[in-house]
Design a protein around this ligand. Structure first.
Ligand code: FES
Length: 107
């Protein structure tokens, strides 16, 4: 069952919280996830790489909308979590929605 979390208290607040293409780890209740903003879009995904559990907040985002793991450089589609390069399961993603009261994440 997913829960709804709101980050930032406005759209502008959420944008400030997440500088473009900087992956940040956030704690939502009992789980940790990563959030990144690319332009006006926000993406949320599990905090640890499905390969060997490296912290994806230390990874990078490419110009092609892929998350690159810092450890073995596997790449995942930031929108769908699909593995693009490497050999492990897809990354789990969480739905996000930007609203006037902040960034809503269903995790
Ligand atoms: S731990 Fe992420 S690619 Fe190996």
């Amino acid at each position: 069952m997913s829960k709804k979390f709101v980050l930032g208290s406005s759209e502008a607040g959420a944008r400030e919280l997440f500088p473009e293409k900087k992956i940040r780890q956030v704690q939502l209740g009992e789980i940790k996830i990563c959030v990144v903003r690319i332009g006006d879009e926000f993406f949320a995904f599990e905090a640890l790489c499905p390969h060997r559990l490296a912290s994806l907040s230390e990874g990078a985002v490419t110009g092609f909308g892929e998350v690159v793991c810092p450890l073995h450089h596997y790449r995942f589609d930031v929108k769908t979590g699909a593995i693009k390069s490497g050999d492990c399961r897809d990354l789990r993603c969480y739905p996000t929605e930007i609203t006037s009261s902040g960034l809503v994440i269903n995790a």
